[in-house]
Design a protein around this ligand. Structure first.
Ligand SMILES: Cc1cc2nc3c(=O)[nH]c(=O)nc-3n(C[C@H](O)[C@H](O)[C@H](O)COP(=O)(O)O)c2cc1C
Length: 336
C-alpha cells in the first residue's frame, strides 16, 4: 500500500483539532462506547460520534445508565448527534450535552428512517428550511462548541434548493457540513454521488466532509478525487473493519503506521469484552447482534456467523457460537 497521496489539511473547528480528518458516522445501535473504544484501539480516528440522541429524552437520561450516553474517558474527541425538531427542545438538550462534556454537537438533518421522519426530524427537516434555520439559530445561541450538520442531498437532485439550504446552514453558524452523498430515498446499493459533495464544497466556505460508500483506501481516494472534500466520514465500514481509520490515516493521509494483518477473531472477542465493560448485562447481546451483522461481512460464509449470533439467547452462547465459527472459517472477502 503506498502512502501520502493527500496531505491532510489541519481541520480546526473552534479550537478542536480533527486530525487526521477522519470521522466516525453516527449509527443507531452501533456507535456506542464499545465500538468507539474498539476503533480507538485500532487508531487513525479524528472525531468519534455517538448515535443520534433524541432531544426529547436526552435531558432526563442518566449518563451512567443510558446505553446511549455511557462513555469512557479515553473516548475523545466525541461529537454528540442530536435528533431535534422542536426549537424549545434545543436549549435543554444542549445544556445536557455541555454537562456530558461533548467536544462537538451535530444536528441530524439526513436520517431517512420512517419513524424519524414521522416525528418531523432527520431528513424531513430538509423540507422545512425555515424550521431548520430556527433550530440552528437556537443551537448556535446556546453553544460555543463546534456545531456541525449532517445532511443527505435532498428529495430530488435540485441544485438551487440544496445550495440555498447549505448556505443557510453556514449563515446560521454551522461550522462543518457532512454530506451523505445520496438522495433521501436512495438505498445503500446505489453508488454514492460523490461529485455532489464537491458541489456543496463549492457553495460554502466551511469544511465539507464526504460520507457514503467508503470501505477501502481506494474508495477513499476516489471519493476525494471526485469531491475535493475536507475529510471523510465512515459508517458501516467502521463496524465491518474497525481498523479502517488506521488504514485510511496511513494510506490516504500518510499518518501513522501501515496496518498489518488483523486478527479478526481476537478483535471480535475484544469487542465482546468491551460490551461487558461498558453495558449492563441486558444491553449487551442486542449490540453484539447488530455489530455481528456487519463484522460477518469479512467472511465468505459470514451469514452463518451473523445468524448463529442472531439466534443466541445469551452473550455467552453468542460468544461460543462465534468462536466455533472462527475455528472453521478464514476471513478473506474484501468486496462488501
Ligand atoms: C445501522 C445504521 C444506523 C444509522 N444511524 C444513523 C444515525 O443515528 N444518525 C445519522 O445521521 N445517520 C445514521 N446512519 C447513516 C450513517 O451515518 C451514514 O450516513 C450512512 O451509513 C452512509 O455511510 P456509509 O456508507 O459509510 O455507511 C445510520 C446508518 C446505519 C447503517
Amino acid at each position: 500500500m503506498s502512502a501520502c497521496t493527500e496531505k491532510p489539511q489541519p481541520l480546526r473547528l473552534k479550537g478542536l483539532e480533527i486530525s487526521p480528518p477522519l470521522f466516525l458516522a453516527p449509527m443507531a445501535g452501533l456507535t456506542h462506547s464499545a465500538l468507539r473504544r474498539l476503533i480507538l484501539e485500532q487508531g487513525g480516528i479524528g472525531l468519534l460520534s455517538t448515535e443520534m440522541l433524541s432531544a426529547t429524552r436526552l435531558p432526563s437520561e442518566s449518563p451512567q445508565l443510558s446505553p446511549y450516553l455511557v462513555r469512557s474517558p479515553q473516548e475523545t474527541p466525541l461529537s454528540y448527534q442530536l435528533l431535534v425538531s422542536r426549537v424549545e427542545e434545543v436549549a435543554p438538550a444542549i445544556a445536557k450535552l455541555h454537562a456530558l462534556g461533548a467536544e462537538a454537537i451535530d444536528l441530524n438533518l439526513g436520517c431517512p428512517a420512517p419513524t424519524v421522519r414521522r416525528m418531523g426530524a432527520g431528513s424531513r427537516l430538509m423540507d422545512e428550511p425555515a424550521l431548520v434555520q430556527a433550530l440552528v439559530a437556537a443551537a448556535r445561541k446556546q453553544t460555543d462548541l463546534p456545531l456541525t450538520a449532517k445532511i443527505r442531498l435532498g428529495e430530488t437532485l435540485d441544485e438551487e434548493r440544496l445550495r440555498n439550504f447549505c448556505q443557510m446552514l453556514e449563515g446560521e453558524g454551522i461550522d462543518l457540513l457532512s454530506v451523505h452523498a445520496r438522495l433521501r430515498g436512495e438505498p445503500f446499493v446505489r453508488k454514492p454521488r460523490w461529485p455532489w459533495v464537491g458541489k456543496v464544497k463549492g457553495w460554502v466556505n466551511i469544511p465539507v466532509v464526504a460520507n457514503g460508500g467508503i470501505f477501502s483506501v481506494e474508495d477513499a481516494r476516489n471519493c476525494l478525487a471526485q469531491s475535493g472534500a475536507d475529510g471523510l466520514m465512515i459508517g458501516r465500514a467502521a463496524a465491518i473493519r474497525p481498523w479502517i481509520f488506521a488504514e485510511l490515516a496511513h494510506g490516504v493521509y500518510g499518518v501513522g503506521q501501515e496496518v498489518g494483518a488483523v486478527n479478526k477473531p481476537a478483535l471480535y472477542l475484544r469487542f465482546v469484552e468491551l460490551l461487558e465493560e461498558s453495558f449492563l448485562p441486558e444491553r449487551r447481546l442486542g449490540r453484539l447482534k447488530e455489530f455481528s451483522h456487519y463484522f460477518a461481512k469479512n467472511y465468505p460464509f459470514g451469514h452463518s456467523l451473523a445468524s448463529a449470533v442472531q439466534s443466541s439467547g445469551s452473550l455467552a452462547e453468542a460468544k461460543e457460537r462465534a468462536c466455533s465459527f472462527f475455528a472453521k472459517n478464514e476471513a478473506v472477502v474484501e468486496d462488501y
